[in-house]
Design a protein around this ligand. Structure first.
Ligand code: ADP
Length: 455
């Protein structure tokens, strides 16, 4: 087992990993930028090393500085956390070349799943259902148009190197196709330096369902149920829950086993998530994230499995301590992503936290690295806390979310707490009756109504 782990990340996820290390008797080193010198993870870790100034490309993305910090502190393994270098094949390879263990999948698996065209080919061969579309990268507008006519409009043109919804354009008809195609390629080129695109049938109102997976180096793999992440704004998840109110136990077992088989056949090690769109009872593979997810605590609450601990054990070569039949889904969990943003305009709101009170009580978990007196830096993403709530049923969990949000105090920055309080009161949300477009449509309707009332 590792004696010391270096954590190449910041904020709540760095703290989450420090906590796992402490509970496993492993020493932790947190690297940080100058902007994070007062971070809670830095305070809680056994050691910390400043690796550069605030901009991430000079610190959290600075591979030589991270490797030097690992050498100087005598770490055995490096945990990349979420974002930054977590899905960077080059980084994973360099970590291993320098004699450290990368706490994540092999560089080959990261590369394979990072290219969406290759990922789709791989999982298609392994038997996963895909959205009808082009077999790979489109070579020309003409080829794209021919495929679009075959699968039927509307279609979605997507960047192979895509992420965060960038380089993605809908074409609703033949007339629109050429302009959507050129917009998608030029946006992809600008954002990712790679203009390659592929095409999929556009699903009008799917849910986003993702399967949590875990594989070891001994040929074992399990799934840990699903998370429903359909409550999104601009392709960003806002509230997630598990299990999905839309799945039957049979559907869960079907897609979960299929995804776990896929991971087993690939010989994948570590945690990973396969994302699917789900509509009219059918699943369609979207992508695989070869890392921990922000919303992993939902799965931890409903299965009782500590995913970060298992991730570390698997990286150290341990076999999984359970088989598929040992994994039981218990109760229901929600996660509210609390961002330092205005709850209506979504304008970021960095700054000093002058009052802070974290909610508590049975079934309430707050994953956050903030504290009274802490200043949220303007440099990084705006997630400041994840409120995770667990209860026996979805109804009880909803009451508990409302209670916990009411207890939560984060002043004097703006946060999205009032947005969460609004969403959980809407009957459609309470009924579990929504899809990936529901939140944006609801917010637009509300805004139109309040404008009408004001005029
Ligand atoms: P990215 O990597 O840019 O996040 P994804 O392929 O994961 O791209 O898709 C992001 C989001 O875009 C999905 O969660 C879903 O909301 C929407 N989306 C993607 N593909 C389709 C599709 N074929 N039809 C409808 N919506 C889609």
């Amino acid at each position: 087992m590792f004696k010391k782990i270096l954590i190449a990340n910041r904020g709540e996820i760095a703290l989450r990993i420090v906590r796992a290390c402490k509970e496993m008797g492993i020493e932790s080193v947190v690297v940080h930028s100058t902007a994070d010198a007062n971070g809670m993870a830095v305070r809680m870790a056994d050691e910390s090393v400043c690796i550069g100034p605030a901009p991430s490309r000079l610190s959290y993305l600075n591979i030589p500085a991270i490797l030097s910090a690992a050498t100087v502190t005598g770490a055995d393994a490096i945990h990349p956390g979420i974002g930054f270098l977590a899905e960077n094949e080059e980084f994973a390879r360099m970590v291993e070349e320098h004699g450290f263990t990368f706490i994540g999948p092999s560089p080959e698996h990261i590369a394979k799943m990072g290219d969406k065209a290759v990922a789709k080919d791989t999982v298609r061969e392994l038997g996963l259902p895909l959205i009808p579309g082009s077999p790979g990268i489109l070579s020309s507008v003409e080829e794209g148009l021919a495929i679009a006519k075959e699968v039927g409009f509307p279609v979605l043109i997507k960047a192979v190197a895509g992420g965060g919804g960038k380089g993605m354009k809908v074409a609703r008809s033949e007339d629109e196709f050429a302009s959507s195609y050129s917009m998608a390629t030029s946006e992809a080129k600008a954002a990712f330096g790679n203009g390659d695109v592929y095409l999929e049938k556009y699903l009008p109102d799917p849910r986003h369902i993702e399967i949590q997976l875990l594989g070891d180096t001994h040929g074992n793999a399990v799934h840990l149920g699903e998370r429903d992440c359909s409550i999104q704004r601009r392709h960003q998840k806002v509230i997630e829950e598990g299990p999905s109110p839309a799945l039957t136990p049979e559907q869960r077992a079907y897609i979960g086993n299929l995804a776990a088989d896929c991971v087993r056949k690939m010989g994948y090690r570590g945690v990973g998530t396969m994302e699917f769109l789900f509509q009219d009872g059918e699943f369609y593979f979207l992508e695989m994230n070869t890392r921990l997810q922000v919303e992993h605590p939902i799965t931890e609450m409903i299965t009782g499995v500590d995913l970060v601990r298992e991730q570390i054990l698997v990286a150290a070569g341990e076999p999984l301590p359970f088989a598929q039949e040992d994994i039981k889904i218990m109760g229901h969990a929600f996660e509210c992503r609390i961002n330092a943003e205005h709850p209506e305009t979504f304008i970021p709101s960095p700054g000093k936290i002058t009052r802070f009170h974290a909610p508590g009580g049975l079934g309430v978990r707050m994953d956050s690295a903030i504290y009274e007196g802490y200043s949220v830096p303007p440099t990084y993403d705006s997630l400041v806390a994840k409120l995770i709530v667990h209860a026996k049923t979805r109804e009880e969990a909803l009451m508990r979310v409302a209670r916990a949000l009411e207890e939560c105090v984060i002043e004097r920055i703006n946060t999205t707490i009032p947005l969460h309080q609004r969403i959980i009161e809407v009957p459609q949300f309470r009924a579990g009756d929504f899809n990936i477009h529901w939140l944006e449509r609801y917010l637009a309707e509300q805004e139109a109504e309040s404008r009408k009332a004001a005029s």
